[in-house]
Write a protein that binds this ligand. Structure first.
Ligand code: ATP
Ligand code: MG
Length: 699
């Protein structure tokens, strides 16, 4: 019997329990075989140590731009379970766009896999173009910037992506001619919630802790509340200087001007300082009045200076918006005074809004660079390859609006995966006239309906409450109770109005209602932003005007304007965009698995892995794949799979493609039960396709 570590395709397992799958994965992991296939789904076990599988030799062996065989990553054509094999299959797919979907929990290796794929594509494209293109350079330079501004140290991962991204590449032939990056759901709440273990976005540490002279004039001195953990957590950055330099270089490579580059760090400096400003409230004539704490005057002045608000008058105007609200009634301005708590809320909202706008603006500029360097030939179709790096399912101690969105996205992708693997498999056999046994599977459509139904799904009800001036978390709870109490997959009780629980495919998650309506409203403090828009710092006015005031660019392939749109509405349209992309392309799935909770090398926690195998659908995929015929192609395409055998056995006076294929199978002595002839296609079990490839290689 074969040692289980040699089983590189789980579709060939005889025992199909999650335990058995876990055992094979463990054996392979122990031998540093970090990739395993389930038919054409790639499973990656994060080794948390360097494994020598990305060498030049691996690359050249597995990335063959000339290969354009039928999709079957698991067969011998692709030869080995490897991320490069998936990349090659996607790169070489003819006539159709491809999308690689990378999923897994935090720290499982999604972003590293994405980077490996992008590097591979750039290399494959450049080998055909002699020189690396500007698009490729910009694409590679975009990564350090995205990670610096969108990643952070968390308890799960020291470089955790706090946003999702979809990177698409345009190919004409093998030439890389365009690229675009879309980002989603930046976790802006992180800006103001740094703790001992949970860091703020990397860029703040690069800027404040590195000795790079570029930051000399903008680096605020002293302890800063946004990175109050700088002492402890900052020390854990071992590559701080190199990272800071890499980001600054990347800005140059992407064509950001010196003024823009300086502007970015002026803004960050302004935000760091602004967060440190203290206020105090006093009672005067029975009304509470909030003003700047005298201790903070210098900080406030410096923050304003950095943000381009020069002069007393601008400072006064900014302060006013932070301590009072202005309402126009009958053409008259009516002011109401804030308590210092409210002032803090407004200030924090402003910091979050400006950072998000800055992030969006940077991505937009990156896309502009990519667009300006791309050179598609107008006469030829551009083939797209998309790579989706998206947060895995989350179940934290406290789950709020962010987890609701993340988990809903995962539900949706899970359904897509299930449909793809199971339903399409069955449908294809049926339409090809093969007899097929129904495989029972769990469909999570019911859970999706619970969220997405209109007008009475969780998202619609949340949006409705958030759009009403009178909407509160309490009224949201009442609506959920009224309309959804009897729905399957949901538990909500009259006893506890603060939570509801959803039975997701990956497990039950209890969501906290307080805070949801406001988070969804995502209201930036308009008056404060208006004052900032009058800044003398050109970049600040630019980032505000490009995403403020409803200048929507949706449909333009660019970031959407966020002004006035509830987050859940934006999120839903992003999800619809992704699904549309997925549906019209050939999907490839990469499932990343974390072998243990501690990010340690050489440690395999069986139960932890088993849970991931369950919820990422691997077990089900194995069942379907093995029961079926994972390798298939049309009769006319068999010559792509085995050109020599087709020529030797299939030529001559044979009247049809099907007859040719029959002749090839007969001559190659493929076992009859391992090959099935459909109406238009030939189907093969893994073993048959291996036999074929083995004979092909002999010639
Ligand atoms: P998150 O959802 O938090 O963004 P992620 O799934 O994107 O997590 P990565 O940041 O890609 O996770 O990987 C986490 C860590 O795992 C990396 O910093 C690296 O230490 C290790 N790692 C990932 N891929 C590999 C690999 N192919 N070889 C060795 N180590 C790896
Ligand atoms: Mg990541």
């Amino acid at each position: 019997m074969r040692p289980s570590a040699d089983i590189y395709d789980l579709a060939s397992l005889t025992e199909l329990s999650e335990e058995a799958i876990g055992k094979v994965l463990q054996d392979r992991y122990n031998g540093d075989r970090i990739y395993t296939l389930v038919g054409d789904i790639l499973v990656f076990l994060n080794p948390f140590k360097p494994v020598n599988v990305y060498t030049e030799k691996e690359f050249s062996c597995l990335s063959r731009p000339d290969w354009s065989g039928p999709v079957a990553v698991g067969n011998e054509v692709g030869s080995r379970a490897h991320i490069y094999t998936v990349g090659t299959a996607a790169f070489n797919l003819v006539g159709k766009d491809s999308t690689i979907l990378i999923s897994g929990e935090s720290g499982s290796g999604k972003t590293e896999s994405t980077k490996l794929l992008l590097q591979q594509f750039v290399k494959m494209a450049s080998s055909s173009q002699l020189n690396r293109t500007r698009v490729a350079e910009c694409l590679l330079a975009a990564n350090p910037i995205m990670e610096a501004f969108g990643n952070a140290r968390t308890v799960m991962n020291h470089n955790s992506s706090r946003f999702a991204k979809f990177v698409s590449l345009g190919l004409q032939g093998n030439a890389l001619v365009s690229s675009e990056i879309r980002t989603y759901m930046l976790e802006k709440s992180r800006l103001l919630s740094a703790t001992e273990d949970e860091g703020n976005f990397h860029i703040f540490y690069y800027m404040c802790l590195s000795s790079n002279s570029f930051f000399k004039d903008v680096r605020p001195l002293g302890p800063l509340s946004l990175i109050s953990n700088a002492e402890t957590l900052g020390r854990r950055y071992t590559d701080l200087e190199a990272k800071a330099t890499e980001v600054l270089d990347a800005f140059d490579k992407l064509g950001f001007t010196a003024q823009q580059k300086e502007g970015v760090f002026q803004i960050l400096s302004g935000l760091l300082l602004l967060a440190d400003v203290e206020f105090r409230s006093e009672e005067q004539n029975h009304t509470v009045c909030t003003s700047l704490d005298p201790k903070s005057e210098t900080t406030f002045k410096l923050a304003c200076k950095r943000l381009g608000l020069k002069g007393k008058d601008s400072r006064r105007r900014l302060l006013k918006t932070l301590t009072t609200s202005k309402l126009k009634v009958n053409d008259e301005d009516i002011y109401s005074l804030f308590h210092e708590d409210k002032t803090r809320l407004v200030l924090n909202g402003c910091i979050r809004a400006i950072y998000t706008k800055l992030f969006d603006w940077i991505i937009q500029r990156v896309n502009d660079s990519l667009a300006s360097t791309g050179r598609p030939d107008p006469g030829t179709r551009v083939r797209q390859i998309g790579v989706l790096d998206i947060f895995g399912f989350e179940s934290l101690a406290i789950n709020s609006f962010e987890q609701l969105c993340i988990n809903l996205a995962n539900e949706q992708l899970q359904l897509f995966f299930t449909h793809h693997v199971i339903q399409l498999e069955q449908a294809e056999y049926q339409s090809e006239g093969l007899s097929w046994v129904e495989i029972p599977f769990e469909d999570n459509q019911v859970t999706l309906n619970l969220f997405l139904e209109r007008p009475l799904g969780v998202l619609s009800l949340l949006n409705e409450e958030s759009s009403l001036a009178s909407g509160t978390d309490e009224s949201l709870y009442n609506k959920l109770m009224k309309h959804l109490v009897d729905k399957p997959k949901l538990q909500i009780s009259a006893k506890n109005p603060a939570v509801f629980t959803v039975n997701h495919y990956a497990g039950a998650v209890t969501y906290t209602i307080p805070g949801m309506v406001d988070k969804n409203r995502d209201k930036a403090p308009e008056n404060t932003i208006e004052v900032l828009a009058s800044s003398k710092l050109k970049l600040l006015t630019e980032i505000i005007s490009s995403h403020h005031g409803g200048k929507a660019k949706a449909g333009n392939g660019k970031q959407q304007a966020s002004a006035g749109l509830q987050l859940a509405v934006q999120f839903r349209s992003s999800l619809d965009f992704l699904l549309a992309k997925l549906r019209e392309s050939q999907p490839f799935f990469v499932r990343c698995i974390k072998p243990n909770r501690d990010n340690a090398a050489n440690s395999f926690d069986q139960e932890y892995v088993r849970r991931q195998i369950h919820y990422c659908g691997i077990a089900e995929a194995v069942r379907v794949r093995q029961a079926g015929f994972p390798v298939r192609c049309t009769y006319g395409e068999l010559h792509l799979l085995c050109p020599v055998l087709s020529f030797l056995y299939g030529s001559g006076r044979l009247e049809s493609d099907a007859a040719r294929v029959r002749a090839v199978c007969r001559q190659a002595k493929l076992p009859a039960e391992e090959v099935a002839m459909g109406k238009t296609k030939v189907f093969m079990r893994v073993n048959a396709s291996r036999l074929l490839a083995k004979q092909e290689r002999r010639y």
